[in-house]
Design a binder for this molecule. Sequence first.
Ligand code: SF4
Ligand code: SF4
Length: 400
Amino acid sequence: MQTTLADFVKTSPHHDEMASILRSCVHCGFCNATCPTYQLTGDELDSPRGRIYLLKQMLEGQEVSQLSQYHLDRCLSCRACETTCPSGVRYERLLDLGRVIVDEKVPRPLINKLKRQLIAWVFTSQQRFSLLLRLIRPIKPLLPQQFKQKIPDYQPLKVEINTTHSRKMLLLTGCVQNVLAPEIDQATTRVLNKLQISLISVNSSGCCGALNYHLSEHQKALQLVRNNIDACEPYLEAGAEAIISTASGCGVMLKDYGLLLKDDANYREKAARFSSLVKDISEVITVEDLSVFQQVDNVKLAFQAPCTLQHGQRLSGVVENILQRLGYKIMTIENGHLCCGSAGVYSLMQTELATQLRDNKLKALQADNPDCIVSANIGCLNHLQANSTQKLRHWIELLI
Ligand code: SF4
Ligand code: SF4
């Protein structure tokens, strides 16, 4: 698409990047076919092509309204459109940069602003999130259904750390995953231990920053990014070979640190190195000798491939391949490319769409009566579990 951005964008450090992304879109609309929100509403403004058009209009200087903000807010950032796009349009990057400008031009209603700030404040701190859960667990039965479903029961588990192997990898421990499901990192530690790899918890690390970033709080997010880079630096200098992600939603953000800090002279190189060493746990396991793990026979398994794994990190099929090699029968999931509706804090902000997507996803996952359902992202697990009597697990737990 031809475009000339307005004067107010000319001073932005992202001017050329945004213009280039806009020009790469030929407006063909192939992406609309795989967009979950467009499939639900049928509204062009809830499609990637429509949203790109809204952003284009705004960046070219046309009036931007609450209606544009509304449709941009309804985007899941699932990136299914990027996987489908034949022109390689980096939609998500454009959206992230454009949303900040939209929020500057269209003030949000106070209640919406406070909700976003509260969510960002609570969910980016393991301590605050843990305290919140401790406070609300006793009153869980009294809460509205949509909140009640998301509060897991307390699981007092301690992650065991073995630091004796010569191969060492790092684990960022500041994520809320450790509060919601500590068994995932515990399983990861044990699995890597079987592969003669020590997993070291980087205790001074914090939230990956994805949540703030997608809520248009870029400066706060970049501060979290720098903190994590500083926290890992000494371990990387000492020879740690990788930074492991067990939540694909965090992993996709960690892999973007290099891009996000490319203009920061003090962090550019460190951020690029950090990102180059980030690996989803499936990338580590798939190249190892799997004979140390138990083989299974005749176990039917449904794998919910998180968008952040298949579209964000482009790791389609890696987990399925590992589990297949261990003997699991992997079910085919109808519309497996579609988001489950979790999408970071989307399920808290856009409850209606998120609930429809969740229920569609659960129906597809349960269609062939699998013996177990697994995923690779804590957000998806928590969101789906809220409406399932069958226990959902992280796939890494199957290997212990
Ligand atoms: S994003 Fe890609 S698929 Fe979608 S309209 Fe633009 S060029 Fe076509
Ligand atoms: S990121 Fe997902 S929800 Fe957003 S426009 Fe692309 S396909 Fe649609």
